[in-house]
Design a protein around this ligand. Structure first.
Ligand code: BES
Ligand code: MG
Ligand code: ZN
Length: 496
C-alpha cells in the first residue's frame, strides 16, 4: 500500500473515494469544502445543516458522487468533539474509515481532516499512516486462494491545504509507516500458529529484522544455556521435542552513552501448561504466549528503522511448555542462572521461569535499565480486562518514562502496587522462592517474582496477557493480535 501527500483542490482529486473528516458540532459547511459542495450540487451542505451527519467519533456517511466527481464516493467521517480530539482518535477513525471505504470497493482513497488544530501537521501524517496500515491489517495467509479477500487498499492520499505542509506530512508518513510495519511484524508472529512459529522460526524472523537494519544478533542454543546455568529456562523447555532458543539482538545508537536499555520478552510459542495441563477450552489461544517476545522484536525493528540515539539490547526466551516424560514437574526445585533456587508448584507458571534467566542474561550483557514484556498471567485479565496493560516497577522515574511513551502510542497502561507484603507470598519453605503466590494478586506476585532478579536496575514489568490480542475489531486494532507495546517501547527508547 502506498501512502502519499496530495494538495490538490478536493473536487479535483482523482481517486475511488474521498474521506472527509469533520468534527462533531460543526453546524455549517466549512469554507474549505465550498467548492467541493458546489460540484456536489449542495449535498454536503444540506447533510450538515440538517444534522443527518453529526460528526460523532467514528460516524460514517457515504455519499455517491454520480459522476460529479472523479471519486465515486465521498465518506463523511466523524472526528468527535474537537476539544477531545487526540492523536489516537485520529488513528482510530482513520483505521475505521479506510476499512469501510475498502469494504465499499474503494482501493485508492484520499483522506482530508478538516479543522483540526491540536495535532501538528507532521503528526497528522504519522497518525493517519499508522491508523491506516494497522486498521487495514488482516491475517489471511491460510485462506486458500479462492477464499481470500482479494480486494486490497492500493493507495492512500493524505490531503492538506496548508502551504508547505507537504514536507511535514512526508516526514510523518515515514515515521508512521515504520512504526506500523514493526507492529505488523509483531502481530504476524502472534497470529501465526505454533506449528509454524516455533522457536526456530522466531530465530529466522529475528535474523531477518537484524539483517535488514544492520543489527548484531546472537542465538544461544540449549548447550550454551546449560553452560550459563539457565536451569529455570531449560526446565520449561524440557517437555518439548522442539529445542529452545535464546535470541539476543543489539542496537547501538550512541557509543558515548553508558546507558543500555534491556528489553526482555516472554516467547512461549505454545503454553499447554505442561504437567499442570491447562483445560482444553481456549488452549488454542496459547499460541500467542510469545506476545512479549513479538513486542520486543517488533520494537527492535522500529528502532532499527528509525535509529534513535540510544543503546538497546533485546533478550527473548523462546520455547514450548509441553507435558511429556521429559517435562519438569510440580515439586521440582530449580536453580536460576543468578543462583537463587525456585520451588515449582505449578508448571503452568512457566513464563516467569524463562524470564528470570533472560533478565539475568540481559544484565550480564550490560543492560542498565530493564523492561520486560510478557503474557504472564490470566489474573491480569481479571484485574484490568482487555484494554489495559498492567505495570509493575521498582523505579517511579523509569515508570513515568514508559507512561509517557505509552500515551504517545495511544496505549493504556496501569501500575499495580508492589508493596513488600506481596513478596511474602512467593517465599518458599524449602527453596528461596516458589513459582506461584497463591490465589490472590496473581499479576503482582508474578511481577514481583521477576523483580527478585533485576538486582539494582530500574525495571518495569509489562503484563500484556489482556492486551496482546483482541476478540473483536476495535479502531485500528483488527481482531487477533494487536502488537501492543511495539510503538510504546520505540517511543520509550527514542525519548532517552
Ligand atoms: N500464559 C499464561 C497466562 C495467560 C493466560 C496469558 C491467559 C494470556 C491469556 C501463563 O503462563 C499462565 O499459565 N499463568 C497461570 C499462572 C498460575 C498457574 C499461577 C495463570 O494465569 O493461570
Ligand atoms: Mg502457563
Ligand atoms: Zn504462559
Amino acid at each position: 500500500m502506498k501512502i502519499n501527500v496530495i494538495q490538490e483542490n478536493l473536487q479535483n482529486i482523482v481517486a475511488d473515494g474521498l474521506i472527509i473528516g469533520i468534527h462533531q458540532g460543526v453546524k455549517s459547511l466549512p469554507s474549505i469544502l465550498e467548492m467541493l459542495d458546489e460540484v456536489m450540487k449542495g449535498t454536503i451542505k444540506e447533510i450538515i445543516r440538517s444534522q443527518e451527519f453529526k460528526g460523532k467519533e467514528g460516524e460514517l456517511l457515504t455519499i455517491r458522487s454520480y459522476g460529479n466527481l472523479s471519486a465515486n464516493k465521498i465518506f463523511l467521517l466523524g472526528l468527535g468533539k474537537e476539544e477531545e480530539f487526540q492523536e489516537d482518535t485520529l488513528r482510530r477513525v482513520a483505521g475505521e474509515g479506510l476499512r469501510e471505504a475498502l469494504k465499499q470497493h474503494c482501493e485508492r482513497v484520499a483522506v482530508a481532516v478538516i479543522g483540526t488544530k491540536n495535532i501538528s501537521v507532521k503528526n497528522q501524517g504519522q497518525c493517519i499512516s499508522e491508523g491506516a496500515m494497522l486498521g487495514l491489517y488482516k491475517f489471511d495467509r491460510y485462506k486458500t486462494e479462492n477464499q481470500q479477500v482479494t480486494r486490497e487498499m492500493q493507495e492512500i492520499f493524505i490531503w492538506h491545504e496548508g502551504q508547505g505542509a507537504r514536507e511535514a506530512i512526508v516526514e510523518g508518513i515515514a515515521v508512521g509507516k515504520s512504526l506500523a510495519k514493526a507492529t505488523i511484524t509483531a502481530r504476524d508472529m502472534v497470529n501465526e500458529p505454533s506449528n509454524v512459529l516455533t522457536p526456530y522460526e522466531m530465530e529466522i524472523r529475528a535474523r531477518r529484522i537484524a539483517e535488514e537494519h544492520g543489527m548484531e544478533i546472537n542465538i544461544l542454543e540449549k548447550e550454551d544455556m546449560e553452560k550459563l546455568g539457565m536451569d529455570c529456562f531449560l526446565s520449561v523447555a524440557k517437555g518439548s521435542d522442539i529445542p529452545p532458543k535464546l535470541i539476543v539482538m543489539k542496537y547501538r545508537g550512541d557509543d558515548q552513552q553508558e546507558e543500555v536499555i534491556g528489553l526482555v520478552g516472554k516467547g512461549l510459542t505454545f503454553d499447554s501448561g505442561g504437567i499442570s495441563l491447562k483445560p482444553g477450552a481456549g488452549m488454542d489461544l496459547m499460541k500467542g504466549d510469545m506476545g512479549g517476545a513479538a513486542t520486543v522484536l517488533g520494537a527492535m525493528e522500529a528502532i532499527g528503522a528509525l535509529k534513535p540515539k540510544t543503546n538497546v539490547i533485546a533478550v527473548v526466551g523462546a520455547c514450548e511448555n509441553m507435558p511429556s516424560g521429559k517435562a519438569y514437574k510440580p515439586g521440582d526445585i530449580l536453580k536460576s542462572m543468578k543462583g537463587k533456587t525456585v520451588e515449582i508448584l505449578n508448571t503452568d507458571a512457566e513464563g516467569r521461569l524463562v524470564l528470570i534467566d533472560c533478565i539475568s542474561y540481559a544484565i550480564k550483557l550490560g543492560a542498565t535499565k530493564l523492561v520486560d514484556v510478557a503474557t504472564l498471567t490470566g489474573a491480569c485479565l481479571v484485574a484490568l480486562g482487555t484494554t489495559t496493560t498492567a505495570l509493575i516497577t521498582n523505579n517511579d522515574d523509569w515508570l513515568e518514562e514508559l507512561k509517557k511513551a505509552s500515551a504517545k502510542a495511544g496505549e493504556r497502561v496501569w501500575q499495580l502496587p508492589a508493596f513488600p507484603e506481596y513478596k511474602e507470598l512467593i517465599k518458599s519453605e524449602i527453596a528461596d522462592l516458589k513459582n506461584v503466590g497463591g490465589r490472590y494478586a496473581g499479576t503482582i506476585t508474578a511481577g514481583l517474582f521477576l523483580g527478585e532478579f533485576v538486582e539494582d536496575k530500574p525495571w518495569i514489568h509489562m503484563d500484556i496477557a489482556g492486551t496482546s490480542a483482541n476478540e473483536k475489531t476495535r479502531g485500528y486494532l483488527p481482531r487477533g493480535a494487536t502488537g501492543v507495546g511495539v510503538r510504546a517501547l520505540y517511543h520509550l527508547v527514542e525519548q532517552q
